[in-house]
Design a protein around this ligand. Structure first.
Ligand code: HEM
Length: 384
């Protein structure tokens, strides 16, 4: 590992393995190459040291383990690894991952800009990306402290280990399925949204616990939640520079990878709104989502319930703001589905935009019997 910013290299054979996946996209890999990557994954799991660790991150998507397609595609195991590096500071870890992901996207867009045309919307994309990075920089990180994300990033600017970890994160998670430049923004916005879903769940759970304990931190946590809930909307603003035509150029290469398989998303909705019986059919299609259909997850107390029980108008106002923001995101997401895939089935096997439309509104949920289930760890990043 080198510690001068920008001069890192992957160890051992890792660079070749990264290059193999990059040269024409993962879809172009031959059966023999896939077998090789699968074998390398097995060997890396049995090995020790940095080279094995990085090799494991680079090759897990080719494992024969039952990994949902979405996780193979989005490389969320690399994000889980990154967050595991600083378990005591999950928010700092997630915002650093978010910043590194957006920085990697910005770099790839800047590199491609000279060979692209106006139809590629690169200038507008970079403008929106820059605004998003500034918004992320202003996010508050710690309760009772003025520190924001930009200061945390600056504070780690000459920390060799932190830079190395950010390098590994972005280098091992950015592989496209296709050979099409515009897939970068799609993949990176998926990853950025996953971090946002996780952070929203984190603050939701912390706020709910704080209200229950009456430790006085709930107003600050709810205020943070209001800010973090806006992230998916800001991210989608950047994604809008990917037009339907540009999206359809690479969409087939992503195969059956659909964020309907996203455990982070469903857990975020669960702690926010409670169990949604209308989704059981979708959950039952994927084994890793089955746990959402039965207690204890099915009986988790939603934030709304706890906030309304507290009878504090300021908390209720903050909750209303969060719910409005998430409603906007779901409405925009439905808009993406309708505009980009008119009449087309979703890659997750749903009817497509119609599925998204059914879940825009949350005010028609049938309440479930609630248990507090204190033994549940709802604060970790979720991946399979
Ligand atoms: C061009 C942009 C996009 C389009 C056209 C689109 C379309 C869709 C469609 C049709 C579905 C229905 C499920 C299925 O695949 O069968 C879906 C589900 C979903 N998508 Fe997207 N999507 C887009 C971008 C994103 C991004 C960037 C994220 C971020 C992770 C995302 C997160 C989700 C989630 C969480 C679900 C499940 C929603 C639920 O169960 O309520 N989507 N999307």
């Amino acid at each position: 590992m080198k510690t001068v910013p920008g001069t890192f290299e992957l160890p051992g054979q890792c660079d070749n393995v990264a290059w193999l996946q990059e040269k024409a996209g993962r879809q172009a890999l031959t059966a023999a190459e896939r077998d090789l990557l699968c074998r390398l994954y097995g060997e890396a799991c049995a090995g020790q040291g940095t080279a094995s660790e990085v090799m494991r991150l680079l090759t897990r998507s080719f494992s024969r383990e039952p990994i949902p397609e979405y996780y193979r595609y989005a490389n969320l195991h690399v994000y889980a690894w990154f967050l595991d590096q600083s378990p005591a500071e999950p928010v700092a870890g997630a915002v650093l991952a978010l910043d590194a992901t957006l920085a990697a996207l910005e770099a790839v867009e800047r590199r491609a800009a000279p060979r692209l045309t106006e139809a590629d919307h690169t200038e507008e994309r970079l403008k929106r990306l820059n605004a998003l990075r500034e918004q992320v920089g202003r996010l508050p990180v710690k309760i009772g402290s003025e520190a924001n994300v930009a200061e945390i990033i600056k504070g780690r600017g000459d920390d060799g280990m932190a830079l190395w970890q950010a390098f590994v994160l972005t280098r091992c998670s950015g592989f496209l399925a296709s050979n099409d430049h515009h897939e970068h923004i799609f993949l990176r916005t998926v990853q950025a949204c996953e971090l946002a879903f996780y952070l929203i769940r984190y603050f939701t759970v912390r706020a709910r616990l704080s209200i229950g304990r009456g430790d006085g931190q709930a107003p600050a946590l709810m205020a943070q939640l209001v800010h973090y809930a806006e992230l998916p909307n800001h991210i989608f603003h950047v994604l809008q520079t990917l037009t339907p035509d540009l999206f359809l150029t690479f969409r087939d290469a992503t195969g059956e990878a659909s964020a309907v398989q996203s455990l982070n998303y469903h857990l975020m909705e669960l702690v926010m709104y409670g169990h949604d019986a209308r989704k059981v059919e979708a959950y039952l299609r994927f084994e890793h989502l089955h746990e959402l259909t039965v207690p204890p997850l099915r009986s988790v107390r939603p934030l709304r319930d706890t906030v309304l029980g507290a009878g504090d108008p300021d908390l209720t106002e903050a909750l209303d703001a969060v719910e409005r923001t998430l409603l906007t995101w779901r409405g925009r997401h439905y808009g993406f589905g309708r505009r980009y895939l008119p009449g087309v089935k979703g890659s997750g096997g749903t009817e497509g935009a119609g599925y998204l439309k059914r879940f825009v509104q949350k005010d028609n949920l049938v309440p479930e019997p609630i248990t507090t289930a204190p033994e549940l760890d709802m604060l970790g990043f979720a991946y399979r």
